[in-house]
Design a protein around this ligand. Structure first.
Ligand code: KMH
Ligand code: ZN
Length: 302
């Protein structure tokens, strides 16, 4: 079977410090966890920043600059800068980190949606920082805004103008049609690296039938012109990435998507989740692609 692309999403903007003492928030923590994840087999590192004092998700280019060059130099991995940021940030804020650098790769969220975080909040009783509880409790009315105009702006400003390629985050079947629309308009060229996202409340649920359906429709819309990867929230992470690997797809793990390493046990490092999925996929006869192999597979500028 072909090489498998392992992405690791190091910290994200959903989980908060009270949920896990292992969630990296400072530049040193993000750097060391990212470099370890790359050593464990992740070829792509999906990156968000945090305010180092409070752990709050940050779109400050300075916070990104405190770790991006260090990770690049120490790992050689493909660095993928989030343009999703956090659902409470404006589009301008979300794009600032990618606009401040020359990213090889960025995420691009393919539709507007609800983004409720009930599961993430359920476990926490004691809050370390003042911002966490209101941030999480507000999600009943949270709209993650990614209109066609927003998507076109990202494709033009980050893709066409800066040469970045994308991890197209598709949280539902409709998002695949949105990507097809922009490909038809000529704003983006294949090969498309499509991240199927399962288990976010507001997007498609984590049921195996939905993975089959997402792939069936993606095959119909993109034929040979795409690669799919899978991420799933929380406890669905390893079952869904395992299914993706068995179907010839690619995988994303990391503390952005799931804080645990096994039932009831927090992951102490992102690298532990990478090592776990690596063991599974290697048993299936799939070898992790190196960063340079990924650059060829996805047509990155390098
Ligand atoms: N938080 C994930 C469900 C982004 O950074 O652009 C999707 C994500 C979004 O990684
Ligand atoms: Zn992200």
């Amino acid at each position: 079977m072909s090489k498998i692309i392992v992405t690791c999403a190091i910290t994200g903007s959903i989980h908060t410090p009270s949920m896990s003492p292992y969630l990296p928030v400072t530049a040193d923590q993000i750097t060391s966890q990212a470099v370890d994840a790359a050593e464990a087999g992740a070829a792509i590192l999906h990156l968000h920043a945090r305010d180092p004092d409070t752990g709050k998700p940050s779109a400050s280019p300075e916070h990104f600059a405190a770790f991006l060059p260090r990770i690049k130099q120490a790992s050689g991995a493909v660095l993928n800068i989030s343009t999703g940021g956090s659902a409470v940030m404006s589009l301008e804020e979300r794009l600032a980190p990618a606009m401040a650098t020359e990213p090889e790769m960025c995420s691009l969220n393919m539709g507007t949606m609800n983004f409720a975080l009930y599961q993430a909040v359920a476990r926490v009783t004691d809050w370390k920082h003042d911002w966490e509880k209101p941030f999480l409790e507000d999600t009943d009315d949270l709209v993650f805004k990614n209109t066609p105009r927003d998507i076109a702006a990202i494709l033009r400003q980050i893709g066409q103008a800066r040469g970045a390629r994308f991890e197209f985050e598709c949280y539902d079947v409709g998002h695949l049609y949105m990507l097809r629309h922009f490909a038809d308009r000529g704003l983006v060229e294949p090969p498309f690296f499509i991240q199927f996202v399962f288990g976010v409340l507001g997007g498609i649920g984590a049921d195996p039938e939905n993975l089959i359906h997402m792939k069936t429709i993606a095959d119909k819309l993109f034929g040979e012109d795409y690669l799919f990867s899978v991420l799933a929230a929380g406890r669905h992470q390893i079952p869904f990435t395992t299914m993706a690997a068995a179907m010839g797809g690619h995988v994303r793990v990391g503390l952005e998507d799931n804080l645990m390493i096994s039932r009831g046990k927090l992951a102490e490092r992102n690298a532990d989740q990478v090592a776990k999925i690596r063991r599974i996929v290697e048993e299936m006869g799939r070898d992790p692609a190196t960063p340079d192999e990924v650059r060829v597979m996805l047509g990155l500028k390098g």
